[in-house]
Design a protein around this ligand. Structure first.
Ligand code: TYD
Length: 220
């Protein structure tokens, strides 16, 4: 059954680990899954990822345009075909990262149009925002080793991004759910599963409602 799920949040919150854990669980239950990421996901996207991470002095509009270009290729060539093939697509970062890192001004008609054109109608069914106090997140990033240029930003910038992700979640409470990433990885995975299994139940019954109270594994 086709579903589009994104993981979002600041640096070091565990998005990649949770995306893979979710894919493994879905695969064990017989779902066809695809894990992908942004920036990246296509050869062009991976080239743009290298360029974006290597150039620290880009204008915000330049970043917005390049992320959008890479995203459009990703949506048209990877995400949309996978959804049409009935897969559960799990993407590590998507539009909410652009809204947070490049800025979100609802009055910016150009940014809204660019986002809409780049995703070509593929708004995620469910966005899981992993939330972690900045001190903890930065300690995890430091323990991981190599820092990218976004990781290396000032603490106040990371705090502002955390606040911005929480603001996006409250603005779109049906799509976006905030999960406490300070819990154990297993506990976060269970919280993810509660929401994903509810989404899949809702989709299979044709209901648009996501009910996080029905996470029974054996439903699948
Ligand atoms: P990455 O190494 O993937 O970071 P992480 O492991 O934390 O996901 O680096 C990607 C960086 O690109 C990340 O710091 C956030 C940034 N980014 C944007 O600024 N805008 C975007 O639209 C996306 C998708 C990512």
């Amino acid at each position: 059954m086709a579903a589009f799920i994104t993981f979002e949040g600041g640096e070091g919150v565990g998005k990649s680990t949770q995306a893979q854990a979710l894919a493994d669980r879905l695969t064990r239950q017989g779902y066809k899954t695809l894990v992908t990421r942004e920036p990246g996901g296509t050869p062009f996207g991976e080239a743009m990822r290298s360029a974006l991470l290597a150039h620290a002095d880009l204008e915000t509009l330049t970043e917005r345009l390049v992320f959008a270009a890479a995203r459009h290729e990703h949506v048209e060539r990877v995400i949309s075909p996978a959804l049409q093939a009935g897969m559960v697509v799990i993407c590590d970062r998507f539009i909410d990262s652009t809204r947070v890192y490049q800025g979100h001004d609802p009055a910016d008609a150009f940014a809204r149009t660019l986002e809409a054109r780049s995703i070509a109608g593929h708004l995620p069914d469910l966005t899981l925002i992993l939330d972690l106090p900045v001190d903890l997140a930065l300690a995890r990033v430091a323990a991981r080793g190599a820092m990218n240029r976004f990781d290396a930003n000032a603490q106040a910038t990371h705090e502002a991004r955390r606040t911005a992700f929480l603001g996006l979640a409250s603005a779109e409470p049906e799509r976006c759910h905030v999960l406490d990433a300070a819990q154990t990885s297993t506990a976060v995975s269970e919280a993810v599963w509660a929401l994903v299994s509810a989404l899949l139940v809702a989709k299979s019954s044709g209901s648009p409602q996501v009910n996080p109270q029905s996470p029974e594994d054996d439903l699948f």
